[in-house]
Ligand binder design. Structure first.
Ligand code: GDP
Length: 295
């Protein structure tokens, strides 16, 4: 991820270092190239403009130009501003008192069901939580079956399927089971659709009302770039998202969705899906991402 951005910015800063002493015009020129590199990485235009606006006065200030290592200072300012853009607060899950309901929302094909199972496995193995998963996708029996199969593969419990129940009824049954069974976390995999529509939103909102989730996580496909960001915006407008899982980050060389998501929606990316395997879910660390981009 971020391969092309990394090499572009690497080139910009190498040229800047080669100059030794810097003038305001040198920094200005470098920032223009940074701007172009971010746009080419498919970062949302408003986010790019804000970023440059924040970096420019700091990087072109006397304190930087006259310092002993001006190019290093510019890189540090860009680095810190990238972290600000990605979100500086801790991105772990806020589970609260058990059983913690976590609502998984997103469009069909985004990787929602796979991510639910991945998250269940991660919470169980890394955080030693007892996890129960339930599929609320009553429109697609195959989706319910898929979560059951993934649960078996991951060794994570799933709620027994009872055909004919509504999503809210299943969610309430899942919550009761999680309480009785002494589970720490309940992952609720809501139905996905091809497009955002009123029915999808109303259904997820009803489940949210009935279960009062501690987290509402949107699963979005990194490869769809700015579409993923717009989908997040639409969901966020209907139900406040507490975090985002960006899937298929393993195949995304540009990283535009990852870089714009937080700034556009206000919701932090919490995990990246890094492959089809159930172990391929990584916590998102803004600090590490910024360092990697400027490596
Ligand atoms: P859903 O319709 O949103 O529930 O999507 P699924 O969970 O069924 O995932 C759709 C496809 O995407 C499956 O083939 C998954 O294996 C694949 N997938 C999900 N997450 C990732 C990821 O992070 N990386 C890659 N390469 N594939 C993924």
């Amino acid at each position: 991820m971020f391969d092309s951005l990394q090499s572009r910015l690497g080139g910009v800063f190498d040229r800047l270092r080669g100059r030794g002493a810097l003038t305001e015009a040198d920094v200005d020129e470098a920032l223009k190239e940074v701007r172009t590199a971010l746009i080419e990485a498919d970062v949302e235009l408003g986010v790019v403009e804000d970023f440059v606006k924040r970096v420019k006065p700091k990087a072109e200030g006397e304190a930087v130009i006259r310092s002993v290592s001006p190019s290093q200072q510019v890189v540090k300012i860009v680095h810190d501003s990238l972290i600000e853009m990605l979100g500086t607060e801790s991105t772990g899950l806020n589970l609260g008192s058990p059983p913690a309901p976590i609502l998984m929302v997103g469009l069909q094909g985004s990787g929602k069901t796979t991510s639910t199972a991945k998250l269940g496995l991660l919470l169980q193995t890394k955080e030693k939580k007892r996890v129960l998963m339930a599929s609320l996708d009553v429109n697609r029996p195959a989706a319910m079956e898929q979560l059951k199969v993934l649960g078996e593969q991951a060794g994570v419990a799933t709620l027994p399927i009872i055909p004919g129940q509504t999503p809210v009824t299943i969610a309430k049954r899942a919550l009761a089971s999680a309480k009785v069974g002494g589970y720490d976390v309940l992952l609720l995999d809501t139905a996905g659709r091809q497009h955002i529509d009123e029915e999808l939103m109303a259904e997820a909102a009803a489940v949210r009302e009935a279960t009062n989730p501690h987290e509402t996580i949107l699963v979005a496909d990194s490869l769809t770039g700015q579409d993923a960001v717009n989908i997040a915006k639409s969901f966020h407008a209907r139900m406040p998202l507490t975090g985002i899982i960006l899937t298929r980050a393993d195949g995304d060389a540009r990283g535009g969705a990852a870089l714009s998501m937080r700034a556009v929606t206000g919701a932090p990316i919490k995990f990246l899906g890094m492959g089809e395997k159930l172990e391929a879910l990584e916590p998102f660390h803004p600090e590490r991402v910024a360092s990697r981009i400027l490596d």
